[in-house]
Design a protein around this ligand. Sequence first.
Ligand code: C2E
Ligand code: MG
Ligand code: MG
Ligand code: MG
Length: 288
Amino acid sequence: WAKADGKARWTLFDPERNAHRMTRQALASTLRPAIERDEFVLEYQPLVCMEDGRLRGVEALVRWNHPQFGMLTPNRFIGLAEEDGSIVQLGRWVLATACRQARQWQLDHPDEPPIFVSVNVAVRQVWDSDLVADVAEILAETGLEPQLLQLELTESAVMGSAGRPLQALQALSDMGVGIAIDDFGTGYSNLAYLSRLPVSVLKLDGSFVRGFQYEGEGVPPNPADEVVVEAMIQLAHRLGLTVTAECVETSAQAARLRRIGCDTGQGWLYSRPVPPDRISGLLGLVVR
Ligand code: C2E
Ligand code: MG
Ligand code: MG
Ligand code: MG
């Protein structure tokens, strides 16, 4: 029991919740210095062509190598960084690091077809920073071709985007940078609207693929999922978009996704997110 705010009232003291709140505060207050101290690292997860099983690209995923709390996944700090605006600085670091790495793979393996790198972009990076200028500068500095960079934005970041965000997307797309809609299907999806934006890829949210979670024959837990996904893929293709499925964990899921026309797969079946040197070993290989 603890006394709340010095008032004559007693509230239940939950040590776990308190620890969580303290950690949150500790993390929030050290975000900016941590960027300067270089405490963030990127892992890369393969994006695999479903038809030939080859590595086509990777998604860059940020981790915080925290001196006190150890390796933290983004769900612990991206929200905080969005709240206090440090996501703009962190996002710029992620972009620059990922582009430099993609160029390095290309230089280290000149005989293999180059792979693209896909980078998550937060809404605030589109609104509160000059994303277009940052991307142009980073591409020029690293020497990475724009065609080898893809940006992942969520539906909520682009839906109803008029003015500034739409201009930014258009400018990036004109530059040759690919735009993907992340976690597609979780928001107020409007494919007709999306098709009018300069978007080239839909990343189907993992929750759809999870409905396929059964091995071999038999009745899937949610048979409707497969019907919905197949229809979404067909519609996306007719609108000129390609489709990537997230969270592909089993070969049965991959087989079904391939059969219904999904272009690219990402998930533990192929590889977990790994450090950059592990990606070098996968270049030119059939990952399936
Ligand atoms: P996301 O962009 O949808 O990334 C995919 C997430 O799914 C990653 O989690 C990845 O590790 C996980 N995943 C991949 N394959 C599988 C699978 O087969 N099964 C399951 N259960 N999960 C799988 P992670 O790395 O924890 O990242 C979580 C989210 O944090 C990302 O979701 C993205 O929204 C955000 N994020 C990561 N890096 C950045 C970044 O640099 N900037 C911004 N703004 N957000 C980022
Ligand atoms: Mg993503
Ligand atoms: Mg995603
Ligand atoms: Mg997701």
